[in-house]
Design a protein around this ligand. Structure first.
Ligand SMILES: C[S@@+](CC[C@H](N)C(=O)[O-])C[C@H]1O[C@@H](n2cnc3c(N)ncnc32)[C@H](O)[C@@H]1O
Length: 243
């Protein structure tokens, strides 16, 4: 009797389900509204950290530190030339720019406003004056002023990209490598048939298998590393140019 459809427990269960559905649909509605704003409007309205997905300070700093310690553990030295692909508002740059020698940090970030916010809020201007980090702002993976890079990191970049953009990225970066280049990138491991959108977008997620990524990376050899402690379970891969 206590378990019948009119019991208090059953009514509360139904109420909780209805509430959860409502909250869930509000969450997706808001996400879609945000996704339709231009990147600049999203940065202005919600803030630069939020645009990157680091609104919570602990998350902001921990993902920056995670990348920094990972790179150092993989042999990154202060004298290496480094490319931060999709550097955003310098979540990694705030640690790497002070660490690397002068002129060795290069950030590619299409949204210039993010870099301006990072330089203003996240890093001491005296360090910037001494280390002279360089930046490029485009969606074409054009890192032209950069001669070549020893190390690169693309954290949470291919997680937001179509197959054709990832393929183009590998093609364009190949010209800037040397025989020891190590390019680390993260991805959401999964079934690409669930990818719903046709254009790359910072607020939407794409999944790929490791084998698919290998097939996009012409001229590169990929090594699966996998878990590295990323809070969103993004896996990491090392790519090396085939010499
Ligand atoms: C989720 S954020 C990650 C930022 C940074 N890597 C970090 O860990 O904080 C994705 C970044 O990729 C940038 N982005 C989007 N399309 C890009 C492209 N074609 N080339 C380089 N960066 C791109 C976005 O503007 C955004 O700053």
């Amino acid at each position: 009797m206590a378990d019948g459809p009119n019991s208090i427990a059953a009514k509360m269960g139904a109420w909780f389900s209805a509430m959860s559905l409502q909250l869930l649909s509000r969450f997706f509605e808001k996400r879609e509204t945000v996704a339709h704003l231009s990147p600049k409007d999203r940065i202005k309205k919600y803030g630069y950290r939020s645009f990157i997905g680091g609104q919570n300070p602990e998350r902001w700093y921990s993902i920056g530190r995670l990348q920094y310690f990972f790179l150092v553990s993989q042999g990154l030295d202060h004298s290496h030339s480094f490319l931060d692909l999709g550097c955003g508002a310098l979540r990694l740059g705030q640690y790497l720019i002070p660490y690397l020698d002068e002129n060795k940090y290069f950030g590619l970030e299409p949204e210039k406003l993010l870099v301006e916010c990072g330089l203003f809020h996240e890093i001491d201007e005296k360090i910037v004056a001494i280390k002279k980090p360089r930046f490029a702002h485009n969606y074409d993976f054009n890192v032209e002023p950069l001669h070549e890079f020893d190390y690169a990191m693309a954290n949470s970049i291919f997680t937001h990209m179509t197959q054709s953009d990832i393929t183009r990225c590998f093609q364009r970066l190949l010209d800037k490598t040397n025989q020891n280049t190590k390019f680390f990138f993260t991805f959401f491991e999964g079934d690409s048939s669930t990818n719903q959108w046709v254009e790359s977008h910072a607020n939407r997620g794409w999944h790929y298998s490791f084998e698919e990524l290998e097939s996009f990376a012409h001229g590169w050899n990929l090594k699966y590393i996998g878990d590295w402690g990323h809070p969103n379970d993004q896996k990491i891969v090392e790519a090396n140019p085939i010499n």
